[in-house]
Design a binder for this molecule. Structure first.
Ligand code: PHE
Length: 330
C-alpha cells in the first residue's frame, strides 16, 4: 500500500501514470486481485477485510487524482511555455494596391468638375473625319490638321486625336444648356520624353443661351481649377490658336519646380503650359445645328498633370508597368 502510493507520487508524466492506473485500478490490477480474495475468506473476517480494502482503494484513488492533477498542470505549463507568442517579432507586411498616378489624377480632375454639376460624357476611341475634324472647324486640307499626327485606320476611320469630338457628339445628342467634361484616351503619332502614342485628356464644354457664358466665366473657373490642382500658383492666359475656339488661349501656371525663377522643366521661362481653351467658334455651333448660343471649351492632358504633380521626369515610365514606379504611389 505505501509502496503503491510512493510509486504513484514518483511518476513524472501522464503516460507513466496511466500505465500505473491500469496496474492498480484495472480489471486485472492489484486491487481487483485483492477483492477476488474475498470469496475465499472466512465469513466472520469478510467484513473487516472488505472495509480495509475499500479504505485502501479510496486512499489510493485520492493520491492518484492529486498526482494526475499535478502532472496535467505541469503538462499545460510546459505547453504554454513552448507555444509562447513573441509579439515583438517582425511580421510580414500586407501589400496594398494603389491607383495608377494617371487614374488618381483623372479622378481628382473629375471630382472638381462633378462638384460643379458638370456631367461626365464619353465617346468612341475610333472616330470619323467629321466628328474629329470637320465639325470642329477643321475642313479637309486645313493646315491646322497637321498640328495633330493622326493614326488613320482606312475607310474614313481614325483613332481620335483629342477628346473634342465628344463635344460634337454630346451637342448633336442634346439640346443646350450643356455643362460637361469628357475624360478619356486619345492617340497621336508621337514618342519622346513628354509624348506617348496613347495618353489621356479631359475635355470641358459649357454652352448656354447667347450671352450667358463668356470668356470671363472660362477664366474664373480655370483659374480656380488650377489652384485646386496645384495650390498657390500664378495663372496666366496666353493668346493662342485652336480652329474650334475664337478667341483661343493657352493657360500657363508659374513653374512649381522653381516658383517662376526659371529651371530646366520650364525651359527657363518660369511658366508651365497646362491647358488649351477658348470661346467656342460659331462654326462649331453651325456644324451641330445650335443657334443663339455661346459657350467655352477647354482641354488638358492628364499625364502632363500627373507628371507635374508627382514630379515624374519621363512620361513613358507611366506606361511601362514597372512595379517600382507604382509602389511609390501607395
Ligand atoms: N483639343 C485641343 C487639343 O487636343 C485642346 C482644346 C480643347 C483646346 C478645347 C481648346 C478647347 O490640343
Amino acid at each position: 500500500m505505501e509502496d503503491l502510493k510512493s510509486k504513484i507520487v514518483s511518476t513524472t508524466n501522464l503516460d507513466d501514470l496511466e500505465t500505473l492506473r491500469v496496474t492498480i485500478f484495472g480489471k486485472k490490477g492489484v486491487l481487483a486481485a485483492e477483492f477476488a480474495k474475498l470469496k475465499d475468506i472466512a465469513p466472520e473476517k469478510k467484513r473487516d477485510f472488505a472495509k480495509e480494502l475499500n479504505e485502501t482503494k479510496a486512499a489510493l484513488t485520492e493520491v492518484f487524482e492529486k498526482q494526475k492533477a499535478k502532472l496535467e498542470a505541469a503538462a499545460l505549463e510546459e505547453k504554454l511555455a513552448k507555444e509562447v507568442i513573441d509579439v515583438s517579432l517582425f511580421g510580414y507586411e500586407a501589400t496594398k494596391g494603389s491607383l495608377h498616378p494617371v487614374k488618381a489624377t483623372m479622378d481628382k480632375i473629375i471630382d472638381y468638375f462633378t462638384a460643379l454639376n458638370f456631367s461626365v460624357e464619353s465617346g468612341p476611341l475610333v472616330e470619323n473625319d467629321f466628328t474629329n475634324f470637320e465639325a470642329l472647324n477643321l475642313p479637309k486640307n486645313h493646315p491646322a490638321r497637321e498640328m495633330q499626327d493622326t493614326f488613320f485606320l482606312g475607310d474614313g476611320q481614325l483613332l481620335r486625336t483629342h477628346t473634342s469630338p465628344v463635344q460634337i457628339r454630346t451637342m448633336m445628342d442634346r439640346k443646350p444648356p450643356i455643362r460637361m467634361i469628357a475624360p478619356g484616351a486619345v492617340f497621336r503619332r508621337d514618342y519622346d520624353l513628354t509624348h506617348t502614342p496613347m495618353f489621356h485628356q479631359v475635355e470641358g464644354l459649357v454652352v448656354d443661351k447667347r450671352g450667358v457664358v463668356s470668356f470671363a466665366n472660362l477664366k474664373a473657373i480655370l483659374t480656380d481649377f488650377l489652384h485646386y490642382m496645384f495650390g498657390d500658383v500664378e495663372v496666366r492666359f496666353r493668346p493662342s490658336f485652336f480652329p474650334f475656339t475664337e478667341p483661343s488661349t493657352e493657360v500657363d501656371i508659374s513653374c512649381i519646380f522653381c516658383e517662376g525663377e526659371g529651371c530646366r522643366v520650364c525651359s527657363h521661362t518660369g511658366w508651365l503650359e497646362v491647358l488649351g481653351s477658348g470661346v467656342v467658334d460659331p462654326n462649331v455651333f453651325k456644324a451641330v445645328g445650335y443657334e443663339d448660343v455661346s459657350g467655352y471649351a477647354f482641354g488638358l492632358g492628364v499625364e502632363r498633370f500627373a507628371m507635374l504633380l508627382h514630379r515624374v521626369p519621363d512620361l513613358r515610365s507611366m506606361f511601362e508597368g514597372d512595379i517600382r514606379l507604382l509602389e511609390q504611389f501607395r
